[in-house]
Design a protein around this ligand. Structure first.
Ligand SMILES: [Cu+2]
Length: 328
């Protein structure tokens, strides 16, 4: 039997029931005394390997692709439908960053809000202090085992994501994604996410889901992009028996697993709303199985969206606002 595809969705597009189920699976796996030790070992692996090559060009993208896949595998022990969700920090962030509207990541029904008080411990949502404790490395120095957040600055915008996707050179693409966008968002969330213990923050996997999707989007641009760079690396990735090249194809992940990132639905809804000559023109040419065309369509939509935002309102920081202004 053909194995089902694991569809990874953008977190804020999950229905309330899907969202509840997603959180319940994570809480179940990370708090059950039967699975907690395995979870701790898994999280500490990232801490132990932090300063090895996993954050260097030759491993960063494939190593983290494998890490979030393994996280998914672990949580599927308590819910076999679980998939990693991704959080599009560029399109989805409301202004100011960190607000807690119903559908936001930081709503109490999502991942909970910003930390408060002297220690910046999270006090709302499923990972709040007193209800959930994060993994600390063995022999860790003193420090809170609450999840710490201390929002800082603004995450990158959609134009930044668009720009990095336009980059032809793998080396430039990878460096901007890793050093600017990836590192930046870790320390926009700040607190636990901006430390060597970042993987103990549940939102680590939301963030890395999106980083991985950006790589996937870039890979889909051409055969050359898909196979760029990694086949030349002959060493196994740290802590694994796998070479980076074994992670290149999302439809052939280790264990025969097939993964797909669901396109950002709200982006399509938005295009519908701007009375689309755009859609009328393009959608009729798209067969649901033609991923290249869908990709082109999405790129086209992103651009249309961007132009709309730029031309419609001269406010330069408008990009995240279209979501709320156009939703009624
Ligand atoms: Cu990492």
């Amino acid at each position: 039997m053909e194995q089902c595809i694991r569809i990874r969705k953008e977190f804020t597009t999950l229905s309330p029931i899907e969202r509840q189920r997603h959180i319940k699976a994570i809480i179940g796996y990370t708090t059950d005394p039967n699975t907690r030790p395995e979870y701790e070992e898994f999280i500490n692996e990232h801490y132990t390997l932090f300063r090895t090559l996993i954050h260097e060009k030759e491993n960063f993208l494939p190593w983290h692709r494998y890490y979030i896949l393994r996280y998914e595998n672990l949580i599927r022990k308590v819910d076999c439908t679980f998939t990693v969700a991704w959080w599009d920090w560029s399109l989805d962030t409301r202004e100011p960053f960190g607000t807690t509207n119903l559908e936001d990541v930081w709503h109490p029904s999502g991942y909970g809000g910003n930390g408060v008080g002297k220690d910046h411990c999270v006090q709302t949502g499923p990972f709040r202090q007193g209800v959930w404790s994060r993994v600390r490395p063995p022999f860790a120095g003193p420090g809170p085992d609450c999840l710490v957040r201390d929002f800082y600055g603004e995450p990158p915008e959609e134009v930044d994501v668009e720009e990095v996707l336009k980059t032809d050179s793998f080396h430039n693409f990878e460096e901007i994604l890793r050093l600017v966008l990836h590192n930046g968002v870790h320390c926009n969330i700040n607190g636990t996410m901006c430390t060597l213990e970042s993987a103990s923050a549940p939102e680590f996997f939301l963030h890395h889901g999106f980083v991985d999707k950006i790589w996937d989007d870039w890979q889909k641009k051409s055969h050359k992009n898909k196979h760029a760079y990694f086949p030349s690396i002959k060493k196994n990735m740290p802590g694994t028996k796998l070479k980076p090249s074994e992670l290149i194809d999302l439809s052939k992940q280790p264990g025969g697993i097939r993964v797909e990132y669901e396109p950002f639905q709200r982006e399509e809804d938005f295009i519908d709303k701007i009375k689309g000559e755009v859609n009328g023109l393009f959608i009729s040419y798209v067969s649901p199985h033609d991923s290249t065309m869908i990709y082109l369509l999405l790129l086209f939509q992103a651009r249309a969206l961007l132009n709309y935002v730029k031309s419609g309102a001269e406010h330069s920081k408008a990009s995240p606002k279209w979501l709320s202004t156009c939703s009624n």
